[in-house]
Design a protein around this ligand. Structure first.
Ligand code: NAD
Ligand code: MG
Length: 385
């Protein structure tokens, strides 16, 4: 029996890993929508290869180019934010939400409103919308399957017990490429150094987040919404080998962990096949060859991001959306060579503490307004850097 899938952010790193699995099981999948921001060449090539029903380019200026690139294929071409949401709300068995940033929130909500199963990689959407998204999931009978490797690990470990029997959840963190750097060295880290992740091959934004530990901060908030065990029961441990992807400890003292290669195709496969398992081209786990698994506590002096995220999660309301928006602006500024690496966390902290927080958003529109407003404040702050 074939299943249908739409992939939001098809030209990115998670998009490519998802399409790799679909390609290996071509006869089992029917591709409905594929979307991208502005890369017409890749989007049209993928749409043709996977015989998609519709290809959507978010940046409207590329509509004519997409239409030309798809001419004669019978594939519908569309452009713009509205088209992105329409594509996300097509009836399919599963939507892969792999857009980066809060830009993916509207489409994710559109899929949820159809009661669709959403494989969620786009953590910024859940961090920003929090309760608005989880309430919509409940209201529309949708389902979120976590793609993020840590959350997917926890999701798998939770099959071994009940939520009310969980004592703690531990998110593992690789620590990123700058893990051992001193404060002085961190000040001088370049975008190329921050992106050079030792274990994972990912998009630029999440790679910088990984280097700053904002990725783990966002994941803490993500876990808080996906697994309601209470913020004080969610821990973070640095584990540079990235073999254990996260753990769940139960009240009887048993800790279940999920182990595997640092390859996003593993958690993606777990979502695509859920609740079954599918074949992937992974080498068997060879612990003897790996030799050592090490762990240490995060250093919040050098990497304040996890503290800031915990504080934002504790404050609740608009705080996580503000944290996320400020981080997105700061990361873009760092990647553009406009601010030093350590200014990212400083900027986020200043936006959170020096400006008055808006009232808690209750609808998608209100979340988007909080996001927009925090972006404006962060951009204004950049001008004075
Ligand atoms: P990426 O930069 O490689 O790809 C992002 C995709 O989103 C691209 O297809 C791009 O065209 C699209 N996009 C970007 N901006 C957009 C916009 N404004 N409107 C519409 N589309 C837009 O990113 P990625 O590494 O694949 O990450 C995607 C998401 O998955 C992120 O939220 C990230 O945190 C999460 N994630 C990624 C990994 C990983 O290994 N890459 C692991 C866990 C979670
Ligand atoms: Mg992760």
């Amino acid at each position: 029996m074939t299943r249908s899938i739409s992939i939001l952010g098809a030209t990115g790193s998670v998009g490519a890993s998802t399409l790799d699995l679909v390609r290996r099981n071509r006869g089992e999948w029917q591709v409905a929508a594929l979307t991208a921001h502005s890369n017409v060449a890749d989007l049209s090539r993928l749409a043709r290869e996977f015989e998609a029903e519709v290809a959507v380019i978010a940046d409207e200026r590329h509509y004519d180019a997409l239409k030309d690139a798809l001419a004669g294929s019978g594939i519908e071409a569309a452009a713009g934010r509205k088209a992105l949401c329409e594509a996300a709300s097509r009836k399919v068995d599963i939507v892969m939400a792999a857009i980066v940033g809060c830009a993916g929130l509207g489409p994710v909500m559109a899929a949820i409103e159809q009661g669709t199963t959403v494989a969620l990689a786009n953590k910024e959407a859940l961090v920003s919308a929090g309760e608005v998204m989880t309430a919509a999931v409940a209201k529309h009978g949708a389902r979120l399957l976590p793609v993020d490797s840590e959350h997917n690990a926890i999701f798998q470990c939770l099959q071994g017990g009940r939520m009310e029997e969980v004592r703690t959840i531990t998110l593992t963190a690789s620590g990123g490429p700058l893990r051992t750097w001193t404060k002085e060295q961190l000040d001088k880290a370049t975008p190329a150094q921050a992106i050079a992740h030792p274990n994972w091959d990912m998009g630029a934004k999440i790679s910088v987040d990984s280097a700053s530990m904002f990725n783990k901060g966002l994941e803490l908030i993500e876990a808080h919404h996906l697994f309601p065990v209470g913020l004080d029961r969610i821990r973070i441990v640095v584990h540079p080998q990235s073999v254990i992807h996260s753990m769940v400890e139960y009240r009887d003292g048993s800790t279940l962990a999920q182990l595997g290669p640092s390859d996003m195709r593993v958690p993606i496969a777990s979502c695509l096949a859920y609740p079954a398992r599918m074949e992937t081209p992974m080498d068997p786990l060879d612990l003897a060859a790996i030799g050592e698994l090490t762990f240490h506590a995060p250093d919040e002096e050098r990497f304040p991001a996890t503290r800031l995220a915990r504080e934002a999660a504790q404050a609740g309301g608009a705080a996580p959306a503000v944290l996320n928006a400020a981080n997105e602006v700061a990361v873009a500024a760092f990647l553009g060579g406009n601010i030093p690496f350590s200014r990212i966390a400083l900027m986020v902290e200043r936006i959170l503490t020096e400006t008055e927080l808006p009232s808690p958003p209750r609808t998608l529109e209100e979340v988007l307004r909080v996001d927009e407003d925090a972006r404006m404040r962060a951009s204004a702050m950049l001008e004075h850097c």
